[in-house]
Every structure is written in structure tokens, then in C-alpha cells.
Design a protein around this ligand. Sequence first.
Ligand code: ATP
Length: 598
Amino acid sequence: MKYADLAEIYKKLDVTTKRLEMIEILIELFELTPKEKMRSVIYLTSGKICADYIGLELGFADKMVIKAIAKAVGKPGNDVTKLFHKTGDLGEVAETLIGKTGQQQLGAFFGASGSDQERQLTVDEVWETLHKIAKTEGKGSSTKKTNYLLGVFSKASPLEAKYITRTVLTQLRLGVKDLTIIEALSRKYGEGKESRVIIEHAYNVTSDIGEIGERLAKEGIEAIKRIDIVVGRPIRMMSAQRMGTAEEILEKLGGKCALEFKYDGERVQAHVNKDEITLYSRNLNEITDMYPDVKGALKRSLKSKKAIVEGEITAWDPETEQLKPFQILMSRKRKYDIDKAMEKIPVKLFLFDILYKDGESLLKKSYPERRQILESLVNDDDVIVLSSREIVNTAEGFEGYFEKAIESGCEGIMAKDIRKETQYQAGNRGFLWIKHKFDYTSTFADSYDFVVVGGFYGKGRRKGTLGTLLMAAFNPEENRFETVCKLGSGFTDEDLANITEALMSIKLDKKPKDVVSNLNADVWVIPSLVYEVQGADLSASPVHTCALGEIKKDAGIAIRFPRFIRYREDKGPEIATTTNEIIDAYKRQRLLKKQDNT
Ligand code: ATP
């Protein structure tokens, strides 16, 4: 397959934001793609080189790309840098310069002389080069990486150079999300609506859209039906909805439910295969190396040889026997000197679910059945503990348990449905779990996880830093980020310096196409960082675009008096608070206000 064909598809995807058009273009792409290339084509189109959980990174910096472009076209690096400063997009710089000047000689140097046919780049070549780049480490690696890139540039057309550049910088940003790919795959290879459910389930248990695409193309939907859990490979995690009062929650859950403490730490999915133990974070990143104590404890405490369990790792003070706040746990998260950190900040893992045991997937079992299996599996241990749990059927019982949770240092409780159909909903945020936090009870204050899409320069003391951030909710139906507030308080000076540095490293030259905003930020960034924000209130807003037209014509919903609470490094932009959650919160708040007035 020629890379030029892929580049032409990217050009079409680049100019559309409409989900249906994207699906059509993706179907066209699948028709062009040989079966055995589906995996690489799907990863490349998502701007990746492997499934996220593998963690293989390209590690390319702007200045390395500038060097490669300069060498490729025989110009001084300064000229390329100047052009970069003018356009702000190295992809465009590569498109302007590469494939035009001096390319012939460069091609000859890299052995690419010959007919146009021979000079044509293939998807395989680009794919293999990207993998070589990612695997190159150690001394002299940036020169080696730059030379690999130069090798592909020697054969690239301007359009190809643009997309290769964006890919190595992990800035392809065609706006193609996994769910859009799933929709396109099910239309191309499926047999009706049911296929989508089957494909989505397979995706949720493998967390690997490339593999699903390849197997679908090669073996059809029947093979996808057979896809099941593999220990060692993360399962997309189940999430919770939020609701206000005890009465509301009890009613939603049929008058009776299980309550568990909502521990304030880091969610972990532990894959145990005899002595091999892998821990995954909420984002499905591997975090095993950060918790050797948890790894050791799981070995001691679990009675099963092969299992997948979930829980929350929380910092713990053994002297006072108290839970410690989330921030303390975060200060332990580091790659180096982990032994010292482990001693200084001990942890506990509170287990609350089990997804697999000794050859059997437990996803379809009800939550009470899973809990029973979990309880029978865990030996008491210093580190591994079962989450605290109680069944309640009255608002008083609910409130009493909630108070107990807050007194114990938790951020609230999780109410869990205990009726029959309560299977583990991988990758889904439903009402089988409902979170109830302290903020929801006292005022209208609530906390959300929003994505930073841009920033505004500060004045006075904040001059030179991005003192105000433009925050957005994620709209999965429309595949885009919609603004909800300008965030300018709750930061320390140190936070602001760190945030400015982080944002400048993901700066874009213009508003990304999957961001909907009426405001013009001073700096636009790749929507990738998630911060927790507390707001006092929700209101209709003519400025913000979240849920535009949903509650009022020509108005969106905004968060009033937002405050920065914390960084959510464990969350990616696609598991941030959604537009629908904001609409629900707005409606809930209106209802409460009405009740207050009567
Ligand atoms: P939040 O931002 O409120 O922590 P979240 O968006 O990370 O939530 P949700 O699924 O909405 O994730 O809320 C559930 C989270 O609460 C889980 O991801 C997990 O980290 C944490 N948690 C703590 N205790 C429990 C428990 N007993 N059962 C389930 N989840 C728990």
C-alpha cells in the first residue's frame, strides 16, 4: 500500500469535523487497505504506532524535526526555524519545503534513485521507520532518530512529508477517535446493529482498536465474537454516574443498594498471572514499577493464580491508621528512588471488583456475585484490603454510612446496584455505580474533570505565564471539546509556572478542529491535559459552547466561579467530564433550587 494513498485520505479527514463524513472516509480507507495492513493503518490514522497501553513512544522533539527538514532540503536550520515561527506548524513547514528542492540528490544519497515508482513510499516503510525511531534509545539516539526521519523524507512528496512530520511529533490530530473507527468498522464488516455491540465489547476487553480492525478484516465478525479477556492486557474501566441526594440514589437503584467507601487515591486494575503481575492506571498506562509493595502484596494475598482485580491505591499512615489525601499519594509517583518513596509513603490497595478468575471471565456476572468471589479470594494482608461495604435501604442508613466514609478520610461513597442485571460494564459510565461526594451535599458546588484547550496570558504578577485557562467538556457523540469556563483561580505561582511550561510544549498554531469555542485564546493547545475543577454553580451562558442550544436557544452551559483543584494525570481527554454529565448536573441543580424555593 502506498503511503500517498493514506496521505490523500488524511487530507480529506483534515478538512472535516463531521462524524458521519469521517465514518464515510474511514470506510473508503478500509476498502483501500490490504487485510494484513489494517492494524498499522488504523494505528497510524489515530496518530499512534501501537495500542496505548504498550507505551511505545516516538520521543521526537521540534528541534530534531527541524534538523531533519534542514538536512533534507539543504537549508540552514535557522531558515527552517524562522518558517516554523511564522506558521507554528512543522507539518506545514515540511510540506512547503520537502519534495521540492535538492530532493533528487538526497534521494540518490539514500539509495532512492530510480524511477518514480521505486521512489514511492509505502505504508510499510513509514511504519517500520516509526518503530525503529521509537525503539532507538541511549547515547546518540537523537541523531539516529533524525537520520531515520531523513531517510523517509528523501522519498516523500510534500503532502506525505506533512503527515509524517505530524505523526513523529504525535500531532497528527485528524480528530479520529476510537469510537468513530468502531462505527466505521461495524458498517464495513458487520452485519447490522448487533455487530457494533460485539465490536465495542471486543474493544473494551482488549483496549486495542488495531487488533480488532485486523481480525475483523481477516476473519470477520465471528472471530470478534470469540475475543475474550487476556490476562496482562488491560480492560477498559467501568465508571460511575453522579447524583445528588440519598433519596434520589436509592430510588434509582430500586430502594436498596450496596454502599462502599469512595477512596481518594489512584484506581488500579491488577493483572495477576502466577508471579507475573501488571498494574494499570485509569488511563490504562502501566504503573507496575511505581508500586512494588502492591505487587508483592498481591502475590501474598490472592488465593488465585490467575485473576484480574480492581481497587483504589491510597496513601496510608500506619501510625495513626488513617487514610491520607490523594496529593500525598501523588508525591510518591515517580520512576526513580521508588524504594525511598515506598518507605516514606506506605499505601494500601482497597479491592472493590474482580473481572476474571482462573480461566473464566466474570464480566457478565452480577456485582453481588463478583463481590462474593472477590471476598473468597483475598487473604487479609497489611496492604491488600477489601473495600468497606454495607447494604442500605433507607435514607438515614445512607447518610450514616456517608458520614462514616467522610470521617474515615474518603471523598464520599459509591452506591452500587445490587439487582440482577449488574454486570461489569467495561468502558462505560452508567447508573450501576453512582458516586456521591461531599461537595454534592453541602452547596451546589461540584467537581468536574475538564480538558485544557487554550490559555490567556496573565497581567501584573502573572505576566508571562498563562494565568487563565480555557477549559472544555468532552462531547463523545460529536467527537469534540466544548468550552465551559475560563479558569483563573486555585493555582499557586508554582502551579502556574508548571502549567505554562506544560501548555507551551503542546501549543498549536490555531484552534484545533475538535474544539468548539466562541472565545479566541492567546494560545491554543492539543486537548490532552485534564484538570479537576470545582464550580460553585452552573448557568446558561451566551459565551460557552458546552451543550449549546440544549437548555436554551443560543446559549451553552458554563461553570461559575471555577477553581483549580488538582491535576488528573490518570485521565485522558476522552474520559473527562462529558457534555451530557453537565446537562444532567444543570437539570439536577435547577430541580434542587426549585425544591429549596418551595
Ligand atoms: P472521580 O473524579 O470522582 O474520582 P472518576 O471520573 O475518576 O471519578 P468515576 O468512575 O466517575 O471515575 O468514579 C469512580 C472512581 O472512584 C473510580 O474510578 C475509582 O478510582 C474511585 N473509587 C474509589 N473507591 C471506589 C469503590 N469502592 N468502587 C468504585 N470506585 C471507587
